[in-house]
Design a protein around this ligand. Structure first.
Ligand code: TPP
Ligand code: MG
Length: 240
């Protein structure tokens, strides 16, 4: 793998991990309220974020700090939101920490986030439907850089009904969307055995036509290659 990619990734991981350490420091005066960092999830998030283009749509969830850094946001941007400052690039300090929304011409687009877990699945699928429609009616061109949607989810949020509805529609309409599920086997205070009868890879395979990749999200090469393939598939499969 290209050494410049690996060195960029290493820097992003170190940056993200040091931000988590700072935010979680016991005596810190910066953040006393609840927020989840991306600790332990850095690699899969960065493998996804560095492959996104400016016209793609991203639906991250509250744990996706590393993904936000890897699409080009600065630690300062995330800190402005953490401290609810008016110059926060997401919502001018109006939304909860790590509930990003972004309309920067140079970065992937992030529609506004809800705090209810899994709620991003249906709007994200709708955005994919919109991308497909624009190509079908000639409002945008289909080429190898055609935009896609990435919807990031936690494992427990996938036990919710709306995620099933989103999967159903994505395969029925052959939509350009990747559901990136980060499985840490936890749902705040409940373990995987308490929240689900099977893991999400097994569950997702029940949706005929949904291509499922299962990777070790702490292995960069494996994560990067699977996402690269998923992005390529999404673009290739939508030939109208
Ligand atoms: C609909 C809904 N139910 C419950 C909550 C409370 N809640 C916030 S985070 C969370 C755990 C989600 O776990 P998972 O999706 O696996 O994400 P993780 O934090 O483990 O990455 C819960 C239950 C919520 N925000 N929304
Ligand atoms: Mg979880």
């Amino acid at each position: 793998m290209d050494k410049s990619i690996l060195s960029k990734v290493y820097n992003l991981i170190s940056l993200s991990r040091s931000m988590s350490a700072l935010f979680e420091r016991e005596k810190t005066t910066t953040s006393k309220y609840v927020h989840a960092t991306s600790k332990g999830h850095e690699i899969i998030q960065i493998a996804a974020g560095i492959q996104l283009q400016k016209d793609d749509f991203l639906y991250p969830y509250y744990r996706d700090d590393s993904m936000l850094l890897s699409i080009g946001l600065e630690p300062f941007d995330l800190m402005l939101q953490l401290l609810a400052k008016s110059k926060d690039p997401f919502s001018g300090g109006k939304t909860y920490y790590s509930h990003p929304s972004l309309n920067n011409p140079e970065l992937p687009k992030i529609p506004h986030q809800s705090s209810a877990t899994g709620m991003q699945a249906i709007p994200a699928t709708g955005a994919a439907m919109g991308l497909k429609y624009k190509e079908e009616v000639g409002l945008s061109k289909h080429n190898e850089d055609a935009p896609i949607v990435v919807c990031s989810l936690g494992d427990a949020s996938c036990t919710e009904g709306e995620v099933s509805e989103a999967f159903q529609m994505a395969v029925l309409k052959k939509l350009p969307i990747i559901y990136l599920v980060q499985d840490n086997e936890w749902d705040i205070s409940a373990k995987a055995e308490e929240t689900r009868a099977q893991d999400i890879s097994y569950f997702a395979k029940g949706f005929k036509g949904l291509k499922v990749f299962t990777v070790d999200g702490t292995n960069f090469q494996e994560s990067y290659i699977a996402l690269q393939e998923a992005i390529k598939l999404d673009i290739e499969e939508r030939q109208y």
